[in-house]
Design a binder for this molecule. Structure first.
Ligand code: NAD
Length: 351
């Protein structure tokens, strides 16, 4: 698969990390810094290091988790690049999930005003979403992804075999983003997901490969048409304005990103139905599929509606203090809406 004017390959398949030549070919300059985390490193780091044996290579293993996607950790990546003596032809290799990809990607965007980035996603979420499309960022306590840059990778290599070691909860969180593509753009794919839910949960390789390929094709198409999110790309944020508010309010230690997106999508669908924009039956289908994937579909207890609304106002997608939401007209038909009254949003947040 190739993405847009700035064409780059997205390789999807089993055993790709076991092909040292193709991995080495992704690092074109002298220096490579491999950034990974403490859960991924024991499984896959040695293979990547071995493949890059001919290069001047550094490694940075960060503690795992969303709470590590910080400016402080970003500083550690900068320090590692400096220690490596990385020049402008350096490559940053992000080996891990979306946290590593976003953080290492932001470092690649900033080091010497931008060096080569190769994404080796190892979570389903990273394969279907975060590794493709060039968004990079770190979180602040004030909000998710508030500091970042657009920086497209030179290549994405998704070895589907790495999903064998992914904890079940993380697999399910990734499925939330897969469901999103059906919800916003592809009713037929949504139907396919309903038919193959059990196969996906059982990690059937063919079902996973189809889900990843279809998701990446949607993401690549949307990003190619609107790289810097002036319009259509915003549709990918279906469920995210609600979801980010939940994640931030919980301090990044509660629901996983994909779980928060699952809740957010159902809230966005319910709001759409409340406003008469979409049929209730589609909201029910969305919630039912997410539940089959073991995902939450309601707000966690103890969160204040007013506080969540405050978080939503700080969301990057907002304009001039107004909350901009991605709602839908039903399955496969997402739309950008800027004039939703706050009282209606609050009513959804307060159940
Ligand atoms: N840039 C984008 O366009 C974009 C899109 C969606 C999400 N995101 C970001 O992605 C992040 C979430 O990514 P994520 O869900 O991949 O989380 P993650 O990177 O935290 O990975 C999830 C967990 O799985 C572990 N792990 C990863 N791969 C593994 C493997 N193969 N085997 C065993 N353990 C493994 C990790 O160590 C971590 O504990 C969020 O920060 C979110 O904001 C970015």
């Amino acid at each position: 698969m190739e993405l847009g004017q700035r064409r780059y390959p997205i390789h999807i398949g089993r055993g790709l990390l076991d092909a040292p030549e193709s991995l080495a070919a992704l690092v074109t300059g002298r220096h490579a810094l491999v950034v990974t985390d403490s859960n991924v490193a024991p499984h896959y780091l040695a293979r990547v290091q071995q493949a890059l044996a001919g290069k001047t290579t550094g490694t940075l293993v960060l503690p795992a988790g969303e709470q590590e996607k910080t400016l402080a950790r970003f500083g550690e990546v900068m320090a590692a690049l400096a220690a490596l003596g990385a020049s402008r032809d350096a490559t940053v290799v992000a080996l891990g999930g979306g946290v590593v990809g976003d953080l290492a990607g932001f470092a690649a965007a900033c080091w010497m005003r931008g060096v080569r980035l190769v994404q080796l996603p190892t979570t389903l979420l990273a394969m279907v979403d975060s590794s493709v499309g060039g968004k990079t960022a770190v979180d602040l306590v004030q909000g998710k992804n508030l500091v970042g840059a657009f920086h497209q990778p030179a290549a994405v290599l998704a070895d589907v075999a790495t999903l064998d070691t992914l904890p079940a909860r993380e697999l399910r969180a990734g499925l939330a983003e897969v469901v999103k593509y059906g919800a916003i753009a592809d009713e037929a794919f949504f139907g396919w997901l309903e038919d193959h839910a059990e196969a996906l949960l059982a990690r059937d390789p063919d079902a996973l490969a189809h889900a990843i390929f279809t998701s990446c094709a949607h993401k690549a198409g949307i990003v190619a048409r609107d790289e810097t999110e002036q319009g259509e790309r915003m549709l990918l944020n279906f469920g995210h304005t609600f979801g980010h508010a939940v994640e931030t309010e919980q301090g990044y230690g509660g629901l996983l990103h994909g779980e928060a997106v699952a809740v957010g999508m159902v809230l966005a669908a319910r709001l759409s139905a409340d406003l008469g924009r979409a049929p209730w039956s589609d909201t029910a289908r969305l919630a039912a599929l997410l539940e089959r994937f073991g995902l939450p579909v309601a707000l966690p207890a103890g969160l204040s509606g007013e506080s969540l609304l405050g978080r939503m106002k700080l969301d990057k997608k907002g304009v001039s203090g107004r909350i901009r939401l991605i709602l839908w007209a039903g399955l496969g038909q997402a739309e950008i809406v800027t004039d939703v009254p706050e009282d209606d949003i609050l009513a959804i947040l307060e159940g």
